[in-house]
Every structure is written in C-alpha cells, then in structure tokens.
Design a binder for this molecule. Structure first.
Ligand code: HEM
Length: 449
C-alpha cells in the first residue's frame, strides 16, 4: 500500500475523495492537498501553521538531528540557516556556482560530441553533469580526487532516505527493521563525517593562511566555494565566527547535503524530461531550434546573455516543470491543530501537497496532459514564482526553493545547448507518437537511448 502513496496514487485517490483528504498510517496523520485552492490555504493563508517539515527516523539521524535547512522546523534556527543560504551560498553574487554550471556544461557537450551518430544514455549523463556542477560549487577544485567517494556516500544516503522503516509509523514495531538498519545509518553518517571533516580542515587551513596574510581581514576570492562561504560562520571548539550568526561542523555537513540532494536529481530530471518531450513533440523541438538559430545564429555557442531572448525555450522549460515537477510531492507538517475548509487537521500531521496533480488539474488547465509550451505565451499565463497556486514546481512561500535561480540557470542553459548543438533521434528506428522527419542543424545527430 505504501508504494501507492506517491503523487500518481494520491492523485487517483483525490478523484474520489477531493482536493483535501485525510489518511492514517499507523500512528501518523496524513493529509493530501491536490487543488490550487487548498494549496493556497496551506502555503499562503495559513502558512505559519503549515511550514514545519516531517522527517523520518533516518532523515533525522542523517541530517544530524535536523541541523540543516531543508529539514529544520520553521523557527529562528531555520530562519538563520535560510538567511545564510539565500544571501551567501545561493546568491547570484557568488559567481563561482554560476561559473561551475557553464564550465561543466561545456565539457558535457564535448563528451556528447564525440558520441554523435551513436546512442547515448542521456539520463545517466545528465545526472553526472548535475553532480559535477553541485560538487564543484560546494567544494571547489580543492577536492576533485574525492568525488567518487562522495558520490558513493550520497548514494547510500539516498537509499536510506527512501527506505521504508515501519518504526516511522508504528514505533513499537521498530525491532522489525532492527539493528541492521541502525548500523547502516551509523556507517553512512560516519563516512560523511570523515569525508567532510577533512574538507573542512583543508578549508580552515586555507582561511587561516589568508587571514594571516591580510592581518585578520577577510579577502573575498572569486574562487571561494560554498564551504569557504560557510566557514565564515563557523564558530565551534574555540573557532571564532566573523559573522553574528554562528554555525557548527554538523550544520555545515547537513547544509552541504541539502545542496547536493536539492540541486542534482531535480535539475537532471527536468532536463531529461524536457528533451524527452521535445523528441516526442518534434514540432516543438523545431520551434526551439529555430528560435536558437534566430537569436544565436549558427556560428557561435549559446551564451548566458542569450537566455533572456529565448522566449520559447523558457515556455518549454515551464511546460516541462508543469507536467513533470521534479519534486512532485511537497512535504510539510502542521505545527499546531488547524482548520482548512471546515476540516480539522491535527498537530504534527504530514501534509503532502501534490504539485504534480495540481499542475494537471483539468479545472485549472486546458488539455492538462498535453505538452503545449505555447500556453505560456498567453497573456496572464501563470508563473512559477509562487503566487499562482496552480503552478508550484518550486513550492511557494516560506519553504519554497531557495536554489530556484541557480536550478533554472542550469536547466535553461543545458536545454539550450542540447537543442542548439545536436539533433535528437530515437535509436534503432524506434518511433515516438509521430514520425520524426530528418532535420539537421550543425549536422550532428545524437540518438537518445
Ligand atoms: C529544477 C530545479 C529545482 C526544482 C524544481 C526545485 C524544487 C524544490 C521544491 C518543490 C522545494 C520544496 C518546496 C516546499 O516544500 O514548499 C525545494 C526546496 C529546496 N530546494 Fe529546490 N529545486 C530545484 C533546484 C534546487 C537547487 C539547484 C538547490 C540548491 C543548490 C535547491 C535547494 C533546495 C533546498 C535547500 C530546499 C529546502 C528549502 C527549505 O526547506 O527551506 N533546489 N526545491
């Protein structure tokens, strides 16, 4: 039954039970929100009650007891972490992250270029791309050799985050998953401790050297990575933070994991869906390529400054996020008892806002299951910045995505490069819904595997 409680299963239940319905799993109260009106209630009208996060036993343990931003409950600690991230770590002013995106996309395109004419596993390659981007943005060039080890740690974290643990629902049945699960949790966190502790030590050494050189004054370096930014707030074991807010090693480790988990699969999945939809809807791919030819021409590469002029490409990205939001269920938790539409919702209820179902709601969208980017050209078309509740791929309000700008940048720039540089066809004569006429730009064709 648990496996049916995903966005699709909940959307089916919403057809029977409506835009707001209640479930009880063991001792856990759950509420599913499946319409824009109900989402507006939860994310805006009563957001102070609905801004906590639920966390399983595994998540609490692996985030050092919610020492991060994504799983911290709403309150002063979360506000501090969010402030650090928004003003420093994810800020557009911190050019290093944006530079990592450009550099990694360049080498990604080169890697595909040598495969022209043969099938590529684009999904796998895209995940590699976004992992490289976030890894470099987080740790800079200092720690390239450890990347493989770090990805292994992330993989285990990801499995443990998603593992079903009966103790989350019926605590006294915890013995069923037993000691093995707890041992795995301890091993995974131990590996992360060893890995990031050594990175923090390296960064600390670098910072001390710089401070000594500049008589204690901080020198902002264009090459500073996210750990450098976070180290400015580090104040533990005798270390003195230069900022009014002070964070610990555990906070740094947990925040880095937020960035790695928030910024890799989300962006990779959105790019993969965009390419898949464009291949299935060849006319749309042609429109995007024509726009790229008009704006960029045929004799140079796509640049960041082109993005603002690529109106249709942006519509394609929006339509992709409407149909395939990378985080289809937004998970919130009530801080107190609440009442929505006359229904009482208990304190500590797990609230699942179904962004996927809302984006496909026939009452809000015409032909909701069709891929039609041009709908976003219409006057008054919804935007994803959070005030149109029928379109919330980045959430809305207090807990909305702080990495939206960076994520969109990587998403738009990669889709632009992939459409501009290559033509895409299915391998082995496989046909999409419609036949794909041969259309060539720059004479390169890559087959999607
Ligand atoms: C296409 C790309 C992305 C999408 C669609 C996306 C979507 C989302 C969504 C739906 C949420 C939850 C909102 C809610 O609960 O109401 C979220 C939260 C979050 N995202 Fe993103 N995200 C993307 C990229 C990124 C990137 C690149 C980063 C970091 C570099 C990031 C970091 C985070 C963090 C840390 C949170 C938790 C915020 C909090 O709880 O206060 N995301 N994102």
């Amino acid at each position: 039954m648990m496996s049916q409680l995903n966005h699709r299963g909940l959307a089916e239940l919403a057809k029977i039970y409506g835009g707001l319905f209640y479930l009880k799993m063991g001792q856990v109260h759950m509420v599913a929100v499946s319409t824009a009106e109900m989402a507006q209630q939860v994310l805006q009208a009563q957001d102070s009650v609905f801004s906590n996060r639920p966390a399983t036993i595994a998540i609490s343990y692996l985030t050092y007891d919610r020492a991060d931003m994504a799983f911290a409950h709403y309150g002063p600690f979360w506000r501090q972490m969010r402030k650090i991230c928004v003003t420093k770590v994810f800020s557009r002013k911190r050019d290093r992250s944006w530079a990592s995106v450009r550099e990694e996309i360049d080498s990604f395109v080169k890697n595909i270029s040598v495969r022209v004419g043969s099938p590529v596993n684009i999904g796998e390659m895209l995940l590699g791309l976004t992992k490289n981007i976030t890894y470099r943005a987080a740790f800079g060039s200092m720690s390239q050799e450890g990347q493989k080890e770090f990805l292994k740690i992330m993989q285990e974290f990801s499995k443990l985050f998603g593992a079903f643990n009966v103790a989350d629902f019926v605590p006294w049945l915890g013995w069923i998953n037993g000691q093995d699960f707890n041992t795995r949790l301890a091993k995974a966190r131990g590996a992360l401790d060893r890995f990031i502790d050594s990175i923090i030590d390296d960064h600390m050494e670098k910072k001390n050297k710089k401070n000594n050189k500049n008589n204690g004054e901080r020198e902002v370096d264009d090459d500073d990575d996210m750990v450098d930014e976070l180290m400015e707030f580090y104040g533990e074991n005798g270390a003195k933070s230069s900022e009014p807010i002070s964070i610990t090693r555990d906070n740094i480790k947990a925040l880095i994991m937020d960035v790695m988990f928030g910024g890799t699969e989300t962006v990779a999945s959105a790019i993969e869906w965009a390419i898949a939809e464009l291949m299935k809807n060849w006319e749309e791919l042609k429109k995007v390529q024509q726009e790229l030819a008009n704006v960029v021409g045929l004799d140079r590469r796509v640049e960041e400054s082109d993005l603002d002029k690529l109106t249709y490409l942006k519509c394609v990205v929006k339509e992709t996020l409407r149909l395939h939001p990378p985080i289809p269920l937004l998970l919130h938790e009530t801080a107190t008892d609440a009442v929505i539409n006359g229904y009482k919702i208990p304190c500590k209820a797990r609230v699942m806002i179904n962004a996927w179902a809302i984006g496909r709601d026939g009452n809000a969208w015409a032909e909701p299951n069709e891929f039609k980017p041009s709908r976003f050209l219409e006057n008054g078309a919804p935007d994803f910045r959070g005030s149109n509740f029928e379109f919330i791929p980045f959430g809305s309000g207090r807990r909305s995505c702080p990495g939206m700008q960076l994520g969109l940048y990587a998403l738009e720039l990669t889709v632009a490069h992939l459409c501009y540089t290559f033509n895409w066809e299915f391998p082995n004569g496989m046909k999409p819904n419609v036949a794909i006429p041969t259309h060539r730009l720059n004479n390169s064709t890559v087959y999607l595997n």
